[in-house]
Write a protein that binds this ligand. Sequence first.
Ligand code: UDP
Length: 370
Amino acid sequence: MYDYLIVGAGLYGAVFAQQAIAAGKSVLVIDKRPHIAGNVYTEEIEKIHVHKYGAHIFHTNLKHVWDYITQFAEFNRFTNSPVANYHGELYSLPFNMYTFNKMWGVVTPQEAADKIAEQRKEITGEPKNLEEQAISLVGRDIYEKLIKGYTEKQWGRDCKDLPAFIIKRLPVRLTFDNNYFNALYQGIPIGGYTRMVENMLKGAEIRLNTDYFAHKTELDALAETVIYTGAIDAYFDFRFGTLEYRSVKFENETLDSPNFQGNAAVNYTDRETPWTRIIEHKWFEFGKDADGNDIPKTIISREYSSEWKPGDEPYYPVNDEKNGALYAKYQELAQQEANVIFGGRLGEYKYYDMDAVIAAALKKAKKEVI
Ligand code: UDP
């Protein structure tokens, strides 16, 4: 008998497992995939750590989370600074003085502020949706070229039908600072995320290629408590209907040349280009292999967003009103479920960043693991 059965070997599960083991508990971790690390999984190909489920750039303002996670890997100094490509015009992201200069030819912060203030006038009152929020933050020109197409591709919904908070993730700066995140700590684990999660899971028994629902009764019987990090609606057999998710598909290509786009991430912000972004993985580690040598090849991934359907991997919860109300019904069931804890992006249907997932799992573990 194990103290904990952890369903899902992603970040939430790994943190909980690590904390439980450190407290002397026994842990069985299962995952339906053939590997650990969930969507932060990285795989080494051509000496490049490929982020197989999309770019994961760790960033946080929470010192306790940074102190915690850096026990399991050393982090490099990568700073996310994506470039936007709008029909071949390149802009600096997030929205900063380089962006404003390119968009409007403005030179001083005051000129940029005046331009935004003038364009923002069309929004009166509290922004009701993503479109209004975006225009009120940066004006219509930037909304049209750098936000609208990208957002509609990523979410498959009109910006008027999306919640304002999604865009509040992005900083707007009247300085020449193009660090995408307002975070005190940022970086990528040296050696890849998979190795980091391996270190976190030391001492746990791990069973891969194991479908929880196919063996639920037997698996549940093995442990006192279940930590479930899969999709909450799937757990309840979609009783009230399916929650909506966005899925992402990647088209990976290995190129026989050293430099495709000169940056880890380029966002394609026009509506016409079918992919949302291209990741060039080697730049997460400055183009160097583990021995510090230049890598002659490069690997790129074109990212395509789609509506989730059964059989796809769910990536992003669609946190609009309709789904929020449906989630609340599932959450009520979850609270009544004895000896099961629901956690993580899918278990809590929440657009969590990695650091927030770690913080949530640490908190839960502190409360649960005596
Ligand atoms: N966004 C945008 N243009 C960009 C990048 C981001 O409009 O070039 C908006 C868009 O609404 C997106 C949100 O910012 O949904 C968050 O994007 P981000 O790339 O940070 O999300 P991630 O996929 O990394 O979680």
